[in-house]
Ligand binder design. Structure first.
Ligand code: ATP
Length: 455
C-alpha cells in the first residue's frame, strides 16, 4: 500500500486495459484540497486515512481528524469506508455517512478535501500466507492469512513491532509467535504489562536497582530490560505507559544501554521490542498522552489483529482447535454443525479468549462429549452487553442527525437479536419480525449479518 503523489502514466499505459474478472483493487485519489494529487492503493485488508502522519493516506487538511476514515478492502475494487466518529464527518453528496461500501466513481468529502474512488484492475490484493497458522496463532480467513504473510517477513528481522487489536484477539500469542520465529528464539521472552506497573516502583521494575538504592532495597534487583537481554521484550498495553516513563524507554531503545537505579555502571542491553495496545495510539498522540517519537520507534512494523466478529470463517476452526486441546482419550469431544453455526453468528466482544472460555465451559457441561446448540445458549455476547448497548444515546448535532443515529442503533440492536433468536434462519426471522424476506435480507446485508447460505 502506498501513499504517493499521483504518478504520471507512461505513454504505453494509456490504452484501456481489460478488467480482470473478480480482480482489481480500489485506489483513493485526493482530487481537491491540501493533499490534492495524493493516492492510496488499497492492497492491504485495512488502511486508514487522516491528517496524522501515521495514516496510510495522509491528508494535511486541518478540518480532517487525526485518523478520520478506516478502510476495508473488498473484492472487485470496492472498499468499505468507515467514519471513525469524526467531528466534521464524511459526506457522500448531501448524506453524512458512518459506514458504506463504495465502488469506482464515488466521491467522498472529508474536511475541505474531495477523495475519489477508482479501480486499478491490474493491481493485486496483498497475497495471504498459504499456511493456516503462525506459531500458536491459527486462522484461515483472508485477514489472518494476510497477517501471517506479514509476520513471516517481519519475524526474522530486528524490527520493533506494534500490534493493535481488541482484547483477546491474540496480541500476546502473536508476540510469542514472532519470538519463536526469530533468531532470538533461544533467548528469553519477557512480558511486561504497562497498565500494572506500580507508579512508585516503575523505574526499579524497568531498570532494576542496586542494593541500598532506596529504603527497603536490601538486595540487587534485575529489571525487565536486563531480563530480556538476548531475547524479546513484549510490552502489553503500551498506551498505558506513564508519560514520564516514555522518554526513558525511548532512550534505552536508542542507546541500547541503561543503568540500574542507584548504580553508575552503563550496561549494554540487546532485546527486540514488541508492543501491543487495544487503543489507537494516534488518538493518544493527538490528546498529548503518548509521545510521537516513541510511537515511530515502536511502529517500525505495524500489525492489526482483526476482531473475531470480522472473520467468522475462523470460528469453526478455532472452536475445533480448542476442543481438540480439551479432548482426552477417556472423553473425546465433538461439536454439532448447528452449534458451530450458531457460534459464527455471535459478536464475541471478548474475541478469541471468550470463544475459548465458552468452548471450555460447554465441553465440561455437555452430555456424551458432544456440544449442541443448547449447551451454548446465552453464551458469546460478553458479560456487559454489546458496546452499543452500553453507550447512552448520542444527542449531539441537529435533530435529524441525532434521530438518524438513534434509528441506526435501534436497527442494529434489533437485527442482531433477531438473527440470534432465529439461529440465522431468514424465513423464520422474516416471519417473527413481520418484514418481507427481501427487505429483511437487504437490511441484514447492510449490517453484514446476512450469510448467503441462510435459508
Ligand atoms: N488466532 C488464534 N489462534 C489460536 N489461539 C488464539 C488465537 N488468538 C488468540 N488465541 C488464544 O486466545 C487467548 C487470548 O489471546 P491473547 O492473550 O494473546 O490476547 P490479547 O490480545 O493479548 O489479549 P489482551 O489484550 O486482553 O491482553 C489465548 O489463550 C490465546 O492463545
Amino acid at each position: 500500500m502506498s501513499d504517493t503523489a499521483s504518478p504520471k502514466l507512461p505513454a504505453t499505459e494509456i490504452a484501456p486495459r481489460q478488467a480482470k474478472p473478480g480482480g482489481g483493487v480500489a485506489r483513493l485519489v485526493v482530487t481537491q484540497g491540501p493533499g490534492a494529487g495524493k493516492t492510496l492503493l488499497v492492497t492491504r485488508a485495512r488502511a486508514t486515512v487522516g491528517r496524522h502522519q501515521t495514516n496510510d493516506l495522509v491528508i494535511p487538511d486541518p478540518r480532517i481528524s487525526a485518523t478520520h476514515l478506516e478502510l476495508e478492502r473488498r473484492p472487485e475494487g470496492r472498499v468499505l469506508v468507515r467514519d471513525l466518529g469524526t467531528t466534521n464527518g464524511t459526506w457522500l453528496g448531501p448524506h453524512r455517512l458512518n459506514e458504506v461500501e463504495l465502488g469506482p466513481g464515488a466521491l467522498l468529502k472529508i474536511g475541505d478535501s474531495l477523495v475519489r474512488v477508482e479501480v486499478d484492475d491490474r493491481a493485486e490484493p496483498e497475497r495471504g500466507s498459504e499456511g493456516g497458522r503462525f506459531g500458536g496463532l491459527i486462522g484461515v480467513s483472508a485477514e489472518m492469512r494476510e497477517l501471517f504473510a506479514t509476520l513471516e517477513r517481519v519475524a526474522p528481522s530486528q524490527l520493533t513491532v506494534l500490534a493493535q487489536g481488541e482484547t483477546g484477539t491474540g496480541k500476546e500469542e502473536l508476540a510469542r509467535a514472532i519470538h519463536k520465529h526469530s533468531p532470538r528464539s533461544e533467548g528469553p521472552f519477557v512480558v511486561l504489562d504497562a497498565a500494572t506497573i506500580p507508579p512508585t516502583l516503575a523505574e526499579s521494575v524497568l531498570f532494576g536497582h542496586e542494593r541500598g538504592a532506596f529504603t527497603g532495597a536490601d538486595a540487587r534487583h534485575i529489571g525487565t530490560f536486563e531480563r530480556a537481554h538476548g531475547g524479546t521484550l513484549f510490552i502489553d498495553e503500551i498506551g498505558e505507559l506513564p508519560m514520564d516513563l516514555q522518554p526513558k524507554l525511548l532512550r534505552v531503545l536508542e542507546s541500547r544501554t541503561f543503568s540500574r537505579v542507584g548504580g553508575h555502571e552503563i550496561i549494554p542491553v540487546d532485546f527486540r521490542l514488541i508492543a501491543a495496545t487495544h487503543r489507537d495510539l494516534r488518538a493518544e498522540i493527538e490528546a498529548h498522552r503518548f509521545r510521537e517519537d516513541l510511537y515511530f520507534r515502536l511502529a517500525e512494523a505495524r500489525v492489526f489483529l482483526p476482531p473475531l466478529r470480522a472473520r467468522p470463517a475462523d470460528i469453526p476452526l478455532l472452536a475445533r482447535h480448542f476442543l481438540e486441546e480439551l479432548s482426552t482419550s477417556e472423553r473425546p469431544l465433538s461439536i454439532t454443525e448447528e452449534a458451530l453455526r450458531s457460534l459464527t453468528l455471535r459478536k464475541w466482544p471478548g474475541n478469541v479468549r471468550e470463544l475459548r472460555n465458552v468452548i471450555a465451559r460447554a465441553a465440561a457441561l455437555c452430555q456424551d462429549g458432544t456440544i449442541t446448540e443448547n449447551d451454548l445458549a446465552g453464551e458469546g455476547f460478553g458479560f456487559r452487553g454489546s458496546e452499543a448497548e452500553r453507550e447512552p444515546l448520542d444527542l449531539q448535532g441537529t435533530f435529524a442527525e441525532a434521530k438518524a443515529r438513534a434509528i441506526d442503533r435501534f436497527e442494529r440492536a434489533y437485527l442482531d437479536a433477531l438473527v440470534r433468536r432465529c439461529g440465522g434462519n431468514l424465513s423464520k426471522a422474516s416471519r417473527q419480525a413481520d418484514v418481507a424476506r427481501n427487505h429483511l435480507r437487504a437490511l441484514l446485508k447492510k449490517r453484514g449479518l446476512y450469510d448467503p447460505g441462510d435459508t
